[in-house]
Write a protein that binds this ligand. Sequence first.
Ligand code: ADP
Ligand code: MG
Length: 173
Amino acid sequence: MTQPIFMIGARGAGKTTVGRALAQVLQYDFVDTDIYLLHTSQLSVADIVAREGWSGFRRRETQALQNISAPNTVVATGGGAILSAENRQFMREKGTVIYLRSPASTLALRLEDAPLQDQRPTLTGKPINEEISQVLNEREALYQEAAHFIMDGTQNPSVVVSDILDVLALQIA
Ligand code: ADP
Ligand code: MG
């Protein structure tokens, strides 16, 4: 199995942390769409949103997703990548889509602990807890629709990686 593996989930779900660890175990490349955008445009997510709005960011994100999807690659997507039907269909057809699922309370604690590691403009202007709950409510069905596999993302990253390896092995078998 060499098709790309797409990590989806909300901000703080562990897409970068778990995705990177998974890539290491599988000896795959690891690419983060946000970092790819930063390198190719020299602009952060916040810069792009300030200049081009969220719609401009989403357009660039779709392009980035398609550019970086290669065999033997783990792709960490942005939390909102699944909002686009085009992105959902692309990921499902081209690869294996893994949803890292955690409740809003877990995500909020992680983002409070590491606010600088995942700087993105607020989507709603509300306090972080409320924003996360609202965004999860709006997106939960789309994450589930896009995913081939839904993982319990509250566990230690190494456990999540091992669970993913299990479902990937079953997929091949
Ligand atoms: P994402 O890329 O989905 O936004 P990150 O991988 O950047 O999420 O993780 C956000 C924060 O949460 C980081 O500080 C990371 O160390 C922590 N984290 C990620 N996954 C887990 C996990 N499974 N258990 C505990 N902490 C985690
Ligand atoms: Mg990330």
